[in-house]
Design a protein around this ligand. Sequence first.
Ligand code: XMP
Length: 311
Amino acid sequence: MDCKKFVDEQITEIRQTVGDATAISALSGGVDSSLVTVLSHRALGKQFKPVFVDSALMREGEPRQVVKTFADMGISVELEDAREDFLSALAGLTDPEEKRQAVTDTFYSKVFGRLVKDSGAKFLLHGTILTDIEETVAGIKRQHNILAQIGIKPEEDYGYSVLEPLKTLRKDGVREVCEYLEMPAEICRRIPFPGPALATRIVGEVTRERLATVRAATAIVEEELGDSGAFQYMAVLLNDRATGIRDEKREFGQIIVVRCIESIDARTATATELPWDKLLRICERITSEIEGVNRCLYDLTPKPPATIEYI
Ligand code: XMP
């Protein structure tokens, strides 16, 4: 792939499309939205305002860490606290599509609607990639970052236009361009993390308490598997309980699934053959360090038939 050509073309196109207007980006810190943010910053300078939305669904310490990583690259990112917006929209929902829809609506309509209004921005730059579009069009899943493809008109519905400069790339292409632009390794090599964040890793209702459980498990899994070389690894909280024994008393505890996969572009995936002692250590940590969790399972299912995330 000709990275220089891609970068030059996208910068020119962003400049031409945005003109004298202002644009914002929804930076999540993932490799896709980070690349969009760097390209937009180069194309638009002061006309561009990247925003990190704290949705309450992010991983341990993530909001502050993302803002710092970009500050170190000379890009100032605004932190928008939208935790209550998301938690109240998700309250009581258990159906996966309804949960995704609630995140979409809260993100685009409520939070971004508010940010666009306050900033006067006419454009939102988004890190949609080719795989997102293909899977959404194929009806496999409603990806939260697809609008035009599913018949939503952001201009009419929400008052702004969405630009998707990465829509011809897959994940490996995005990483190649990030490396070409010499972006920090923590971004280039960051494992994929979905837009609806930890909401995709909670089966059943998303609450503050259940988020704390899956967040703690995620921190352990990421710490233990950071050097695994796997494509993606995660913790998932099931909506079920199982009997256990702790301190010689019966406990009806929560169940965490660990998923670690090998993949090139997330369209297909297989479970990583992790060493047994590594699996045992993760299980031991999850069931001893996280209150109320007494079972830990390792998911062996490939994609297909499973998807990578649980909702
Ligand atoms: P699935 O679960 O569909 O995931 O097999 C494929 C890849 O996409 C990520 N993913 C998302 N990324 N918005 C995103 O930006 C989403 O709504 C979303 N859902 C899944 C997932 O982490 C995996 O890498």
